[in-house]
Design a protein around this ligand. Structure first.
Ligand code: GDP
Ligand code: MG
Length: 182
C-alpha cells in the first residue's frame, strides 16, 4: 500500500494550498476564512517516481479550544474539537507528517501546542520518533521570509523547510527528504 502523509497545522497556514499543489489538481477547499476545511481529503501525490497518499486535515487550534473561545472568525468549541480529533486521527494513520507553520505570522502559541500534540503521538521505533515530522515553514515567498524560517527551530521539530505553497518554491528539498523517509 502507498504511504500516508498527513498535512497538519493550525488553521490558515496553507495546508489546503499545499495539498492542492501536491495533488496536481484542485481538490481541497481553499478559503480566506481560517479553518474552513472540515473533512479529511485524500489524494495521491508523486515525487521522483514515488507515489504516496496525502491527507488534508481540518486543522488544530487547541488554544482556542481550551480557552473556550471561538477560533478566529468561525466555529464553536465543538467545531474545534472536531477538527482537532480529525487531525489526531490523521496523525495515527500517518507514515510521515508535514507540520505546517506560517512565515508571515511567525511562531504562534497554537503552533507550539500542535508541536506538543505531535510529540505526544510519536512513538520510538528503532530509536527514532515515528512518524517522522517535517517542519514546513510555508508562505516563505521571499528571501526575507525564508530567513524567518530559523525562528521555528525552537519548536524542537528539527530543521525547518521554507516553502511557498502559493508559488511552488522550496518544495523540492522537502519532497526529496520526505520520500527518503517513506
Ligand atoms: P489551511 O487553513 O491551512 O488549509 O490554509 P489555506 O490553504 O486555506 O490557506 C489560507 C490562506 O493562506 C489563503 O488565503 C491562501 O491563499 C494563503 N496561502 C497559502 N499558501 C501561501 C503561500 O505560500 N504564500 C502566501 N503568501 N499565502 C499563502
Ligand atoms: Mg484547509
Amino acid at each position: 500500500a502507498r504511504s500516508i502523509v498527513a498535512l497538519v497545522g493550525r488553521p490558515n497556514v496553507g495546508k489546503s494550498t499545499l495539498f492542492n499543489r501536491l495533488a496536481g489538481e484542485p481538490l481541497a477547499i481553499v478559503d480566506d476564512i481560517p479553518g474552513t476545511t472540515r473533512d479529511r481529503l485524500f489524494a495521491t501525490a508523486e515525487w521522483s517516481g514515488v507515489e504516496f497518499d496525502i491527507v488534508d486535515t481540518g486543522g488544530i487550534d487547541p488554544s482556542a479550544a481550551r480557552a473556550g473561545r471561538e477560533p478566529l472568525s468561525i466555529g464553536s468549541a465543538e467545531f474545534i474539537k472536531e477538527i482537532r480529533s480529525q487531525a489526531e486521527l490523521a496523525i495515527q494513520d500517518a507514515d510521515a507528517i508535514l507540520f505546517l507553520v506560517d512565515a508571515i505570522s511567525g511562531l504562534t502559541p497554537a503552533d507550539r501546542e500542535v508541536a506538543q500534540i505531535l510529540r505526544r503521538k510519536q512513538q520510538m521505533v528503532d530509536g527514532k520518533p515515528y512518524p517522522p515530522v517535517f517542519l514546513v515553514v510555508n508562505k516563505a515567498d521571499s528571501a526575507n521570509l525564508r530567513a524567518v524560517a530559523s525562528e521555528f527551530y525552537e519548536l524542537g521539530m528539527g530543521e525547518p523547510y521554507p516553502i511557498s505553497a502559493l508559488h511552488g518554491t522550496g518544495t523540492g528539498d522537502l519532497l526529496d527528504d520526505l520520500i527518503a523517509s517513506l
